[in-house]
Design a protein around this ligand. Structure first.
Ligand code: SF4
Ligand code: SF4
Length: 209
């Protein structure tokens, strides 16, 4: 088969020298929403694999921070739809970021949490609602924002940063955690290459349709 693959071309590092929005083929997770049962196993798997810095993953008893996944199961009527980043080839979020915290590498759009100032411009720019700005935790504790304090309460304010799907870059080494965790094979990893054969995309991405 040419055009569409179901394997992951992972970046070799979190953030390299690639152009912010170089026009390379994007890889992303697609959802066969009609078969989603709303169990949220994908959300929990995503949270666990991205929460190593907070010591989470051994058991539910180790969870001491809010569960903030990078894939969101949206419930509308009788339908559940997993929503996550599409890794746009010309990513609006990267163009919107004032501090160049968002880059594309090997088709994966990634946010550098250390550079992020939590301005939410990317949240507004994303056409899919795939980005969320939330409080940053390390080792189970809230990180504080340098130089920003609540004068009335005499305490430092929490630091916030944007987060979204990074295809589990640098984490579990296989398929994205959500794809592996889904009990109903709703999620698939797809890479659209330079010759995408659009007439075959539905057949490849959603073989049950
Ligand atoms: S929230 Fe962070 S990643 Fe998003 S646009 Fe602002 S600085 Fe950039
Ligand atoms: S976060 Fe949204 S705008 Fe940015 S690459 Fe992903 S889908 Fe596109």
């Amino acid at each position: 088969m040419s055009g569409v693959r179901n394997t992951l071309n992972r970046p070799t590092s979190r953030m390299g020298a690639a152009d912010r929005t170089s026009a390379v083929a994007s890889s992303f997770v697609v959802a066969d929403a009609g078969h989603c049962i709303g169990c949220k196993a994908c959300e929990l798997a995503c949270f666990a694999v991205h929460s190593q810095a907070n010591g989470i993953g051994a058991s539910v008893g180790t969870v001491s921070v809010p569960v903030v996944p990078k894939v969101y199961v949206v419930h509308a009527g009788d339908t559940y739809v997993p929503v996550q980043c599409r890794h746009c080839e010309n990513a609006p979020c990267a163009h919107a970021c004032p501090v160049q915290a968002i880059r594309q590498e090997n088709g994966v759009v990634m946010i550098d949490e250390e550079l992020c100032i939590g301005c939410t411009s990317c949240v507004l720019a994303c056409p899919f609602g795939a980005i969320e700005v939330s409080t940053v935790y390390r080792e189970g504790r809230v990180m504080t924002q340098p130089g920003l304090t609540d004068r009335a309460a005499h305490k430092a304010l929490p630091r916030t940063a944007a987060g979204k799907c990074d295809l589990c870059a640098g984490t579990n080494g296989g398929q994205p955690a959500c794809v592996e965790a889904c009990p109903n094979d709703v999620l698939r990893l797809a890479i659209v290459e330079s010759d995408p054969l659009p007439e075959r995309r539905r057949e490849v991405f959603f073989p049950r349709l």
